[in-house]
Ligand binder design. Structure first.
Ligand code: HEC
Length: 109
């Protein structure tokens, strides 16, 4: 089958090349569409809203972010934001906008 495909590819020449290029672009768009939120998005979220969200959804168990931040992986705020974005959906912050705000708040100082 592969030989036939290569034969056809050779016969079609440029046409197939264009099709392949199109397919590659489509793949790229798909990856982009599925891409997760970036660290920059998270860190730019609404800190005030995050403070309220933290008080409401987190402070019952974690009075302040200080102690739990030690358990957050990452050497930079960007890495920590992405780690939290992976951790919190299943840990009391299922809603994306509020989660981003809480992350921005936790990393604000
Ligand atoms: C019902 C209690 C409870 C609530 C509510 C809660 N957590 Fe937790 N959380 C825990 C427990 C228990 C652990 C694991 C033990 C620990 O590190 O304190 C934990 C761990 C964590 C960790 C990881 C710390 C580590 O050392 O592994 C982070 C970060 C965290 N919570 C953030 C949050 C945030 C942000 C919220 C609010 C959206 C939240 N938690 C709400 C109980 C809670």
């Amino acid at each position: 089958m592969r030989h036939i495909a290569i034969g056809i590819a050779a016969a079609l020449g440029l046409g197939l090349g264009a099709a392949a290029a199109y397919e590659k672009d489509a793949d790229k768009d798909e990856v982009k569409a599925e891409a997760e939120v970036t660290a920059e998005d998270l860190l730019a979220a609404d800190v005030e809203m995050g403070a309220e969200g933290y008080a409401q959804d987190c402070s019952g168990c974690h009075a302040t972010p200080a102690r739990i931040m030690r358990g957050v992986e990452g050497d930079t705020p960007e890495e920590q934001a992405l780690w939290l974005e992976g951790f919190l959906p299943d840990h009391y912050a299922p809603e994306a906008e509020m989660r981003a705000a809480i992350i921005a708040y936790m990393l604000a100082d």
